[in-house]
Design a protein around this ligand. Structure first.
Ligand SMILES: C[S@@+](CC[C@H](N)C(=O)[O-])C[C@H]1O[C@@H](n2cnc3c(N)ncnc32)[C@H](O)[C@@H]1O
Length: 214
């Protein structure tokens, strides 16, 4: 499914193809643990299964969820990351489905999810892709599902490589795309490339009955 996709905004602007990020040692965001802004949500049971980890990378968040008993599916376009995720999950004795798929076109997965975790994917998408992504998430969730999204912010502490504004989030997660925003809270994203975490936002969106056809 992901093989025919077009490079996303972030890939065109900054990155070589996503898979390259994983071929030469840890990618900058592979901190070996869930992001501290997401860990409390995972530990407190804020997610409801089945959970979609959209842009799961090497699967650290999917694995943290699975270790707490959640049914999780990780989706990513980077085959190298998925291979690593599968190997580490097997080492840890965790059963997780890691799928090579495009988060902008999730319907072909043929799966339904009760919640979504996105750590670092939304902010890599271009302005035209973010609404498509929100609609794609809506295509695999039902009203009442919740999405928790950690993304770089354009305000606050050190600014990360793909900052997006609150208006960018509001423009994507609209009622027409099947979402209402519950909260946009200040957060942080830790990386291997900087001592200080980058400014981020933790977005909570609730799936509502959309105005578009399902
Ligand atoms: C910044 S990394 C974060 C990875 C992981 N969530 C983590 O926290 O370690 C963004 C991830 O999104 C993936 N990605 C980018 N565009 C995607 C798309 N259209 N569909 C699925 N995954 C995508 C990349 O391959 C990469 O693994």
């Amino acid at each position: 499914m992901a093989a025919t996709r077009r490079p996303t905004g972030g890939e065109q602007a900054v990155h070589p193809p996503w898979d390259d990020s994983y071929r030469h040692g840890p990618a900058p965001w592979e901190i070996g643990a869930p992001q501290p802004s997401l860990a409390p949500l995972i530990e407190s049971g804020a997610f409801v299964g089945p959970v979609l980890d959209a842009g799961c990378g090497t699967g650290e968040h999917a694995m943290a969820l699975a270790a707490r008993g959640y049914d999780v599916v990780g989706v990513d376009v980077a085959g190298t990351a998925l291979a690593k995720a599968r190997a580490v999950a097997a080492d840890r004795g965790l059963t997780i489905e890691f799928v090579d798929g495009d988060a902008l076109d999730l319907a072909p997965l043929g799966r339904r999810f009760a919640s979504v975790l996105d750590c670092g994917l939304l902010h890599t998408l271009g302005a035209d892709e973010r609404p498509r992504y929100a609609a794609s998430l809506a295509s695999v969730t039902d009203p009442g599902a919740v999405a928790h999204i950690l993304c770089f912010s354009d305000l606050g502490g050190p600014i990360g490589p793909h900052p997006i504004g609150e208006n960018d989030i509001r423009a994507a997660f609209t009622a027409a795309n099947g979402w209402e925003l519950v909260e946009i809270a200040p957060a942080a994203i830790h990386t291997l490339i900087a001592k200080e975490p980058f400014a981020a936002r933790l977005v909570t969106a609730r799936r509502i009955a959309p105005t578009l056809a399902e």
